[in-house]
Design a binder for this molecule. Structure first.
Ligand code: NAD
Ligand code: APR
Length: 231
């Protein structure tokens, strides 16, 4: 049984039509991170933040999983592989492709959170600052998204899986945001083989044992085919 931990970023969903963050037409070209992806920005203007995530939720809903998402689901279904996907993405394309072992370390567009009482529930299509929490009734609802400066979800489980893996693969992420950007270092220090599959070299590409560059819909299915023929 091969234990593989796969980190994915915005790049794996790019060919499904979901914008990335740091490309020339990226989301951070149009919105200030401080305004829409920090707790401070949310307290200043919750309506602006809800508008930003409502648009991203609609875009994610309209998108379809691509060949890269489908290839990872096929790898997970193979009985000789134990696959865990750790995604920075907040879309649900991995799940819609059939992957079941997925951790959303930055949360999900399809979750709602009450920042007064901590209650969580499935997000409606459109959220607004006046929505009241179904548990405590206060108008304190936010998208269940991890913002800059906040702690990602399930870090203990992620670190334990990284240290116990046979292979760490990073797909479609620029390697600019910690702690995800530090996973390759942690894996290497634990003696785990590391592989980068990205459109172009990421910030941390030199830290990987091997790197293949090209569109995810080409290089990810290719890599999965090689894994499955070797199995
Ligand atoms: P941050 O500046 O607090 O950094 C997070 C951690 O990474 C800190 O421990 C910091 O010391 C470490 N770190 C930062 N830069 C580093 C570097 N160059 N080398 C080594 N360690 C470094 O937080 P941030 O960078 O503003 O954002 C990261 C946090 O925000 C993470 O928790 C991430 O999950 C979250 N986040 C969420 C989203 C989202 O859209 N959901 C987006 C970005 C970040
Ligand atoms: N195939 C493979 N990789 C691609 C493709 C593609 N078709 N298109 C883009 N990429 C790569 C880019 O080369 C880049 O390295 O995907 C990466 C996207 O980088 P970012 O836009 O920085 O997105 P990501 O790495 O996921 O950002 C990390 O930062 O702002 C936060 O919330 C955001 O969770 C995200 C985190």
């Amino acid at each position: 049984m091969s234990r593989i931990v796969i980190l994915t970023g915005a790049g794996i969903s790019a060919e499904s039509g979901i914008r990335t963050f740091r490309a020339s037409d990226g989301l951070w070209e149009e919105h200030r991170i401080e305004d829409v992806a920090t707790p401070e920005g949310f307290s200043r203007d919750p309506a602006l933040v809800h508008e930003f995530y409502n648009a991203r939720r609609a875009a994610a809903r309209a998108a379809q999983p691509n060949a890269a998402h489908l290839a990872l689901a096929k790898l997970e279904a193979d009985p000789t592989h134990d696959v865990l996907i750790v995604t920075q993405n907040v879309d649900d394309l991995h799940e819609r492709a059939g992957s079941q072992n997925v951790i959303h370390m930055h949360g999900s567009l399809f979750g709602a959170l009450c920042h007064a009482c901590g209650h969580r529930w499935p997000a409606p299509e459109v959220m607004s600052a006046t929505d009241s929490c179904p548990a405590c009734g206060r108008a304190a609802t936010r998208p269940d998204i991890v913002w800059f400066g906040e702690m990602p979800y399930q870090m203990e489980r992620i670190v334990a899986a990284l240290e116990d893996a046979d292979l760490f693969v990073s797909i479609g992420t620029s390697g600019n945001v910690y702690p995800a950007a530090g996973f390759v270092q942690g894996a290497a220090e634990a003696g785990v083989e590391t592989l980068e599959l990205n459109l172009e070299p990421s910030t941390g590409t030199r830290l990987f044992d091997t790197a293949h560059h090209g569109p995810a819909t080409q290089i990810v299915p290719q890599w999965v085919r090689e894994r499955l023929t070797r199995a």
